[in-house]
Design a protein around this ligand. Structure first.
Ligand code: HDD
Length: 719
């Protein structure tokens, strides 16, 4: 295992070096300047001041073979080691503390020169390097990946004209309309102040108290109760810039814009029970999934789209287009997909890359601008500010944050400054005309001359006050299983609120959305006093693109899906090898799960004659939750599996989580018994029997099993 890890790290370093040589990826080349390889055999431990150390285990002390005396303060090596350790931690992000990231490439497939002059959105010959960090919002750095939460989708594009950051989420709207409310919504969602409970959960009184008291949050909380908040993988969720930005073209015309990323693999989620269990069984599930896919060359890809509204149409919609609690329905503002984002390189080190990356919504490039979206304007202040406390004033000099284009100005000094500026002046203008501002034709950023007139007031425009239409639109647009999941999620969350004021009022709020939903949740959570009538008629409208069912991939694929093949001594090698080969050929990831991790022998093999198979894991070491699908070949091992409670649990749990299960030969009846499948539900074609994602065949039939894995999500939707 250690050697495999070593190879993979060395490969990654090699890849980075190769791309530096070819200068294919400007950011990889830039980072290579600061990258050292711990696996170089010439390395020796030195102190931070460069002196080679001969012993890093024993503090210099007064000691002999007979007696150990006191340690000596004079030992500079020991002192440095401890000092460095004592100061290893930096403040975690105040929100989005837990995350995982990767490097990638942005390719523009169609120029958007009609609406913007930005090089990154007009030059189709470019490949722009980028870093994308995914995150959960509420949990601490050490919390679990699969909790119910919004996911961050933060992108830094290292463009030739400077860094462009899109600091987005996997949900297109936000809880609040004005940035001044941000500390409140986050305080209410984070662990409660008196006992720091619960961790990484919205299922508590304060969160739902806030939701009730802020009607503007209604649309967003419906999204957080949907399957979007429990994604199967970072690779299988959309990304949204959420806020309204602007684009400016060469003619000086301005358009409002929203940014959207849609995954090639489709949008998929876990089921809630799976998410809950995984939070304990494998808290790193999502970050491992991302690394595993990239290491296997299955690079996650997203289509990049823009929704554009010309300036003169700003007031043509029933919602305010600057309100971040509203989507721009696709029927009214179609998405124009113009680019492609691919993640293709894992980080070399977590801290210096994923932890130290720092985003700012205010970081835009010429051709892209802000709007008067009151959430965005506050964000533009907040992000730079938070980097000061997290990383210090020179945070943009850190390798992961520095642009790939020249940075030159009269900003100076501050803690940890390390660029050395040669020259006698540090101000503008100066008698040498040293480092002047850039003219427009030299690429200088030119602000749009927006006309603004008004009175100063702490208020928002009238359209911002409508809070329910799109909450209904979202709910109406969901498929029946998605709606059922929303009801179940709300029932779970409000069950965790023990203050009746909170859960009763929240059930009343649901009357503003849908009477059926309100009744169902109220009954579950014991809100018995709410009126049995809608507070607001549901307008019945739907829009496309809100249900995640609208994002099934065009070509169903099982690439990167993790399949457990369960074996014990005496398994059928033909079925095992056939299915494993078919899965590998389809870029799925088969894992052999043995009754033990010691070598397992197939039917007809024994220790003296066969070479056996060495399982990747054993049944107790893993759980079905960590896999998308389970296959059991026939053979005498089935008798052993029948007597193994954990094996039974594997199959039952996978079935309960609506996963594709395959079985051949003797394993067929085992799977049927384990799932207690009613025979009537089976449809059968020839020898192959398929029902609810369970495929059994007396002979090996890898292809139908592959189909079942592809369809597993479909099976989920009928149960
Ligand atoms: Fe924020 C981090 C996304 C509103 C203040 N935010 C942060 C991250 C993401 C978002 C993905 C993690 C970035 C990373 O990976 O380092 N935030 C959003 C979205 C919002 C939003 C999509 C609504 C449209 N945020 C928002 C507001 C404020 C902040 C209104 C403050 C007024 N957000 C922050 C922050 C963080 C942050 C405190 C914490 C760490 C950081 O910035 O770098 O400044």
């Amino acid at each position: 295992m250690a050697s495999e890890i070593l190879t993979s790290i060395t490969d990654r370093t090699k890849k980075a070096v190769e791309s530096v040589a070819g200068e294919k990826d400007a950011k990889a080349a830039d980072l290579a300047r600061d990258t050292k390889d711990v696996h170089d055999p010439k390395n020796r431990i030195t102190s931070d001041w460069g002196v080679r150390e001969s012993n890093t285990d024993d503090w210099l002390k007064v000691a002999s073979e007979e007696k150990t005396g006191p340690e000596l303060l004079e030992d500079p090596f020991a002192r440095e080691k401890i000092h460095r350790f004592d100061h290893e931690r930096i403040p975690e992000r105040v929100v989005h503390a837990r995350g995982a990231g990767a490097f990638g490439t942005f390719r523009l497939l169609e120029s958007a020169a009609d609406v913007t002059s930005a090089g990154v959105l007009t030059d189709t010959s470019r490949e722009t390097p980028l870093f994308l960090r995914f995150s959960t919002v509420l949990g601490s750095r050490g919390s679990a990946d699969t909790v119910r939460d919004v996911r961050g989708f933060a992108l830094k594009m290292y463009t030739k004209e400077g860094n462009w950051d899109i600091v987005g989420n996997n949900i297109p709207v936000f809880f609040i309309q004005d940035a001044m409310k941000f500390p409140d919504v986050i305080h209410a969602g984070k662990p409660e102040p008196h006992n720091e409970v619960p961790q990484a959960q919205t299922a508590h009184n304060n969160f739902w108290d806030f939701q009730f008291l802020h009607t503007e949050a209604t649309h967003m909380f419906m999204w957080t109760q949907s399957d979007r908040a429990i994604p199967r993988s970072y690779r299988m969720m959309q990304g949204f810039g959420v806020n309204t930005y602007t684009l400016q073209n060469d003619k000086g015309e301005r358009h409002f814009v929203k940014f959207i990323f849609t995954p090639e693999l489709g949008v998929h989620s876990l089921v809630w029970d799976e998410a809950l269990k995984l939070a304990g069984q494998d808290p790193d599930f999502h970050r491992k999934d991302l690394m595993e896919a990239i290491d296997n060359g299955a690079y996650p890809k997203w289509r990049f789209g823009i929704q554009v509204i010309p300036e003169h149409r700003e007031d043509d919609f029933e919602f305010d287009i600057l309100d971040a609690t509203k989507v721009w329905p696709e029927e009214e503002v179609p998405i124009r997909y113009i680019g492609e984002l691919e993640l293709n390189r894992n980080v070399d080190e977590y801290f210096t890359q994923t932890e130290q990356i720092a985003y700012c919504t205010s970081h835009i490039v010429p051709g892209i601008g802000f709007s008067d979206d009151p959430l965005l304007q506050g964000r533009n202040f907040s992000y730079f500010d938070t980097q000061l406390s997290r990383l210090g004033v020179n945070w943009q000099e850190l390798p992961i944050n520095r642009p790939v284009c020249p940075v030159m100005n009269h900003n100076r000094d501050g803690a940890m400054r390390h660029t050395i500026m040669k020259g006698t002046v540090n101000y503008w203008p100066n008698r040498f005309s040293a480092v002047p501002p850039a003219k427009k034709e030299e690429g200088g950023y030119v602000d749009y001359p927006e006309k603004v007139a008004g009175i100063k007031a702490r208020m928002r425009s009238k359209k911002f006050r409508e809070h329910y239409n799109q909450a209904q639109l979202f709910y109406n647009s969901l498929s029946a299983p998605e709606k059922a999941h929303v009801a179940a999620a709300l029932s779970f969350e409000l069950d965790h609120c023990d203050d009746p004021v909170v859960y009763e009022r929240m059930c009343e709020r649901l009357l503003d959305i849908d009477i059926g939903l309100a009744r169902e949740v109220a009954e579950k959570v014991g809100a018995e006093n709410i009126p049995d009538m809608p507070k607001r008629q549901n307008h019945g409208k739907k829009a496309k693109g809100l249900s995640q069912m609208d994002y099934m991939p065009k070509e169903p694929t099982i690439a990167t899906r993790r399949v457990a093949i369960i074996v014990g001594d005496g398994y059928d090698p033909v079925a095992y090898n056939g299915v494993k080969a078919a899965l590998t050929a389809a870029q799925a990831l088969p894992f052999t799960i043995g009754t033990k991790r010691s070598t397992i022998y197939a039917a007809g093999e024994d220790k003296s004659t066969g070479k056996g198979v060495k399982p990747d894991h054993h049944l107790e070491g893993m759980r079905s939750t960590m896999f998308d699908s389970v296959f059991i070949p026939g053979g005498a091992h089935v008798e052993t599996l029948r007597k193994n409670g954990r094996a039974l649990h594997w199959v039952r749990e996978a079935f309960g989580h609506l996963k594709a299960i395959g079985a051949t030969g003797e394993a067929v009846s085992f799977v049927k018994d384990a799932c207690a499948l009613p025979g009537v539900l089976f449809s059968s074609s020839g020898d192959v029997v398929e029902s609810y994602g369970v495929v059994t065949a007396s002979k090996v039939e890898p292809n139908s099993f592959k189909e079942a894995i592809k369809m597993a999500k479909g099976a989920k939707d009928f149960i």
